[in-house]
Ligand binder design. Structure first.
Ligand SMILES: Nc1ncnc2c1ncn2[C@@H]1O[C@H](COP(=O)(O)OP(=O)(O)OP(=O)(O)O)[C@@H](O)[C@H]1O
Length: 281
């Protein structure tokens, strides 16, 4: 079935000193408009590689990505990206940082219209009183809010989030999860988010896509979330399927770990055998 976002046979090979390394291979995923998908997998399996290819920041080796009927061939304002650290211009204010993108996307808007858009999104993320504070004086959580406002202010078709709450304390993290969900659901933005946190994936997403371990990582299992929107944390936690789903996801990750340990042991064994044979010859 065609999707609003289609990743088809997506693959990435990096050149390394030891030769080409096939990190992602045959990664297939379709997303409906407005859908929220979380990508989960072990560290180093290739999650950021997939996300940066969709963002157009990382050249695709094989396959392709279509967003809203357009095959992507580089970055564009139709896809907003938020990383773990927001990379703000430290000498500019929160407002000026958001305006950097807004000015590019709305070049024909008046100065006051562009100001209003930037101020509106900053207010939504709770920074209405810090519009004119320099980024360097904002806390990490506030800077991440600016990063989220900056991505939303561009009105993207798709939002790509790479562990956006990874560096925040748990209270700020929970608050920002809720703010983000509220804006995303209201604006029906299609979202792909990387997280290491199973509970975050359960709370935020419509589907959780589990990646196999690399090399040649691909989609391993897909879990559908049965929780209603708007999401209320206590209701999600109380849902009869919550702990079963959580258990299945953790089991998948553990299985991948065992497979990796087994593959590593076999590789080591083969290396020792080859060395022993070479010594005899
Ligand atoms: N530019 C590059 N050149 C060579 N190898 C790379 C490059 N970028 C990433 N890799 C390798 O590709 C693999 C996947 O990296 P990636 O960052 O996509 O994983 P990840 O699942 O997002 O990891 P994490 O959860 O730790 O952020 C890793 O082994 C990494 O070392």
């Amino acid at each position: 079935m065609a999707g609003y976002v289609e990743m088809y046979r997506l693959g990435k090979t990096y050149d390394t000193p030891n030769g080409p390394a096939i990190i992602v291979e045959d990664f297939n995923l379709n997303m409906a408009k407005g859908e929220y998908v979380c990508l989960l997998g072990h560290s180093g399996c290739g999650k950021s590689t997939v996300l940066t290819m969709v963002a157009g920041l990382n050249p695709i080796t094989t396959g392709g990505v279509v967003v809203a009927n357009h095959e992507i061939d580089g970055p564009g304002p139709d896809r907003g990206v938020v990383f773990q650290s927001p990379c703000l211009m430290p000498w500019m204010t929160a407002l000026e940082n958001v305006l950097l993108g807004v000015n590019q996307v709305y070049p024909h808007g008046t100065k006051s219209q562009r100001h209003d858009i930037a101020a509106y999104y900053l207010t939504l993320v709770g920074l209405g009183n810090s519009l004119h504070t320099r980024a360097s004086s904002l806390s990490q959580g506030m800077q991440q809010r600016v990063g989220i406002a900056r991505a939303f202010a561009l009105k993207p078709n798709m939002l790509l989030l790479d562990e956006p709450f990874g560096m925040l304390d748990s209270l700020t993290r929970m608050e920002l999860q809720e703010i983000l969900l509220e804006i995303l659901v209201r604006d029906k933005v299609t979202t792909l988010m990387i997280t290491h946190d199973v509970d975050e994936a359960l709370f935020m997403s419509d589907r959780v896509v589990m990646m196999t371990n690399g090399p040649r990582a691909r989609v391993g299992r897909v879990f559908e979330m049965p929780f209603q929107r708007p999401r209320i944390r206590a209701e999600v936690l109380d849902h009869p399927d919550y702990y079963d789903l959580r258990g299945d996801m953790i089991e998948f990750l553990e299985e991948q770990d065992h497979k990796k340990l087994k593959a590593d042991a076999e590789k080591l064994e083969a290396k020792k055998r080859a060395e022993a044979e070479a010594a005899i010859a």
